[in-house]
Write a protein that binds this ligand. Structure first.
Ligand SMILES: NC(=O)c1ccc[n+]([C@@H]2O[C@H](COP(=O)([O-])OP(=O)(O)OC[C@H]3O[C@@H](n4cnc5c(N)ncnc54)[C@H](OP(=O)(O)O)[C@@H]3O)[C@@H](O)[C@H]2O)c1
Length: 294
């Protein structure tokens, strides 16, 4: 809903609105956004739609989370900015969007914890932290969410993340479970920023093609098969739907299931793909330049 960095440009506002209304009216309850999405456009869009739906969907039924980019700006100031944009008095969760080693993250989390203590934030989440990067913070601060990319196109460190979350009682939230749409079709050509994703480049492309072929032969809609796999790995999934048809298909796919041998075959294809890259991030390397200045 908030185009950024060449992703999700030019999507129809009317299609997004229909998808959003359908999902909320049919039981989806978790809304994931960030200050960085369209530089606030996503938060503003959500506020407008929640106002429109307020008679049908009580606030208490929803779990709304946003993300702030840790930097020199006081976190309280950032959180209040999001609350103003979202037209909320309190929010279920605020994530640190990316780790930032140019600031004192302990002090930063202490300041956020004060907002938890006074009820403005219900819980804190870490996004894009590895378990090694997060270990010093969990247990010391009221952190209960751990958000990572989880899809067949990105299963690196997944087992370690699952073990970490289970040990520290964290909810493992999986983002981009369709690899930004790449797992939902047999397409390999994209014009937007998805064209640069590692799985479409050599030496990963062949392993990715094999994965798509297998996904297309599971007897389910391809997107449903990819979502089923991811739903078995994460405690909670955040899925992007940019049209009513996608919203319907994605919600429906939550009823589908894969056989154990199908899961195993997909695990293996995902593993073969993961060893083709030495990258540490699905999207891009941590945006250090942005973190230093924001
Ligand atoms: N923490 C982080 O740093 C981070 C990073 C990325 C995302 N996220 C969160 O995760 C959410 C989901 O991630 P995402 O949108 O990047 O990726 P995603 O859920 O893997 O993919 C969404 C895209 O897949 C396509 N799609 C969805 N359903 C489909 C269907 N049934 N059939 C065919 N195509 C379908 C659409 O692409 P088209 O629009 O091209 O049709 C859609 O925009 C985001 O909205 C965001 O809240 C968090």
């Amino acid at each position: 809903m908030g185009p950024s960095h060449g992703f999700w440009e030019g999507r129809s506002k009317s299609d997004l609105t229909k998808a959003f209304h359908y999902l909320l009216r049919h039981g989806a309850a978790c809304i994931d956004t960030a200050q960085a999405y369209g530089n606030g456009a996503s938060e503003q869009f959500i506020a407008a739609q929640l106002k429109f739906l307020s008679r049908e969907i009580p606030r208490e039924r929803l779990f709304i989370s946003t993300k702030i980019m840790p930097g020199p700006t006081d976190p309280e100031k950032l959180v209040l900015k999001s609350l103003r944009r979202l037209h909320l008095d309190w929010i279920d969760a605020v994530y640190l969007h990316w780790p930032n080693y140019y600031i004192d993250q302990f002090q930063y989390l202490e300041k956020l914890t004060r907002l938890v203590d006074c009820g403005i934030i219900k819980t804190i989440g870490l996004s894009n932290y590895t378990s090694q990067e997060a270990i010093d913070f969990v247990g010391r601060f009221p952190i209960s969410l751990f958000q990572r990319p989880i899809s067949l196109a990105w299963s690196k460190d997944l087992e370690a993340d699952r073990a970490f979350c289970s040990r520290y009682n964290l909810t493992l939230v999986g983002y981009s479970p369709l690899a930004m749409g790449l797992l939902a079709s047999q397409r390999l050509d994209y014009e937007d920023s998805r064209k640069d994703l590692y799985c479409l480049q050599e030496p990963s492309r062949q392993a990715f093609k094999a994965l798509l072929k297998a996904l297309g032969s599971m007897g389910l809609e391809q997107s449903a098969a990819a979502l089923c796999w991811a739903a078995r790995k994460a405690d909670m999934l955040v899925v992007g739907s940019t049209s009513l048809e996608q919203a319907k298909a994605n919600l429906c796919s939550m009823q589908a299931s894969l056989e154990p041998e199908e899961m195993k075959a997909l695990d293996e294809l995902s593993r073969k793909l993961s060893v083709t890259t030495s990258r540490q991030s699905f999207l891009h390397e941590p945006p250090c330049a942005i973190l230093r200045t924001c």
